[in-house]
Design a protein around this ligand. Structure first.
Ligand code: CP
Length: 318
């Protein structure tokens, strides 16, 4: 495979990359998916590259997926968790990161509760920055793996109708998916209670539904999000029970449609709230394929960004 480059040295959000960047990441991920299904899954592509995973917020899928992607590429990996670090003693973000970088780190994967943290770091430190989720702003690798997973199931994004259900206002997954799917040519809608839908969305060309049945009738793909109670300082819905009653995706409502739609969820799932177990585990659901594809997509992002910076050790991975 020829060495290829992204238009940016960092992945701060889908908003800042081009359609060509997205297509390059997806086609590179095709190659890495083939690589990680071989008996020997490891390639020497990022040997001599050191990557720090800095997680200031909880994560299961993203943290493990990045670590696995880095190890499959033979990078040296540092894992930092704020809960067991000197952040607890009052050290600032910039001091923390600069201390880690002084140990010769080439790339930084960061998750933080404050929107804009990856952009702030990219302006102050000399390393490739990858946003692994910044507050309610963006989660670009989630959108890329979601697009990759949809692409495995459909012929084209052009004219495809994708609806994102649930807590849109607190969701970084929603915003990254909107940018990514629109750049690829899909039509994007959201569905949820009015209090959970940001007012700026129509300006982005996003269709709004308040009734689940109408949204399901419109869409080919349903991406279901959880209610992020940890980000809600006021009550946006009367109760989870009522949310589930009016907005939960269950088998009965899917059976009432005259078509079969693809069901997605970025995780973590709250079974019985936004999605019933029988739907999450059904043949229509691609939830575990999304997680599986996350490794290949993150390998592609790391590979392309490392190539962009001219980091040592980048070679043909075949
Ligand atoms: N989808 C996602 O970001 O999951 P985690 O919070 O477990 O990383």
């Amino acid at each position: 495979m020829n060495k290829s480059y992204l238009s940016q040295p960092h992945l701060l959000g889908i908003k800042y990359i081009t359609k060509e960047d997205i297509e390059l990441i997806l086609s590179t991920a095709d190659n890495f998916k083939e690589v990680i299904n071989r008996p020997i899954k490891k390639v020497p592509t990022l040997r001599d590259v050191t990557i720090a995973n800095l997680f200031f917020e909880n994560s299961t899928r993203t943290r493990i997926s990045f670590e696995l992607a880095e190890k499959r590429l033979s990078a040296d990996v540092l894992n930092f968790s704020s809960s067991t670090s000197s952040v607890k003693k009052g050290e600032s973000l910039l001091d923390t990161v600069n201390n880690i970088l002084s140990m010769k780190v080439d790339m930084v994967v960061i998750r933080h509760s404050a929107p804009g943290t990856p952009t702030f770091l990219s302006n102050h430190i000399d390393a490739n920055i990858i946003n692994a989720g910044d507050g309610t702003h963006e989660h670009p690798t989630q959108a890329l793996l979601d697009a990759f997973s949809i692409r495995e199931k459909v012929n084209s994004f052009n004219g495809l109708n994708v609806c994102i259900f649930g807590d849109i206002i607190h969701s970084r997954v929603a915003l990254s998916n909107i940018f990514c799917l629109q750049k690829l040519g899909a039509n994007v809608a959201v569905c949820g209670p009015p209090t959970l839908i940001p007012r700026f969305l129509p300006k982005l060309g996003v269709k709004i539904f308040y009734k689940v049945k109408e949204a399901l009738n419109w869409c080919d793909v349903a991406n279901v999000l959880r209610i992020q109670l940890e980000r809600q300082d006021i009550k946006y819905i009367p109760s989870l029970r009522e949310y589930s009653l009016y907005y939960g995706i269950n088998q009965e409502i899917l059976d009432s449609l005259d078509k079969e739609i693809i069901i997605m969820h970025p995780g973590p799932i709250n079974r019985g709230v936004e999605i019933d177990s029988d739907v999450a585990d059904s043949h229509q659901s691609i939830i575990l394929q999304q997680v599986e594809n996350g490794v290949a997509v993150r390998m592609a992002v790391l590979f392309l960004l490392a190539g962009n910076s001219g980091s040592p050790g980048i070679s043909n991975f075949n």
